[in-house]
Write a protein that binds this ligand. Sequence first.
Ligand code: AIR
Length: 185
Amino acid sequence: MSTTLPASSAADTPAPNDTPLVGIIMGSQSDLKTMSAAAELLRQFGVTYEITLVSAHRTPHRLVEYAETARKRGLRVIIAGGGGAAHLPGMVASFTTLPVIGVPINSVTSIHGLDSILSMLQMPAGVPVATVALDGAANAAVLATQMLALTNARLADVLEKYRTSLKDKVMRTIEELRKGGFSDD
Ligand code: AIR
């Protein structure tokens, strides 16, 4: 599992028992603050991942190498984030049949994230990008884990517990509000 940026070459081979199942990539270091939410959640879930920079426009050959070697390196899902003219997820999806989850990022140069959303959402038939909400890196991690959980009972259990924790948090908040005089009758 690599969380140091910039990471080593996409062709590097990790230790067998630490083979990343999810590849998190993003167009720029300026995306890291947003995308680290995906890494953090995968870490909590116990899902192995790698994280690095790949820019569709600044490092196009690296994009091709990353996507073309992804499956044989052991990746099962790719989470790709980018802002502005965010072609990274779509182009990665063009070079691999692994599922690609796109995270549109509201970067400073973006038109409020709309350009990024549309770049990922409006893919042509046959080459989908599962696009999450603007800056929705956490949901990308959940969705990736749901895909892995189709064939992994431990992860299915982890996701059940995660859902329960979401519910419990809301219920605790309601209790605290009630103690403060909030009436929800
Ligand atoms: N970007 C980088 N290469 C291609 C694209 N679309 C995006 C990054 C980032 C935005 O451009 O994903 O969100 C601004 O990048 P920077 O490096 O100028 O901060």
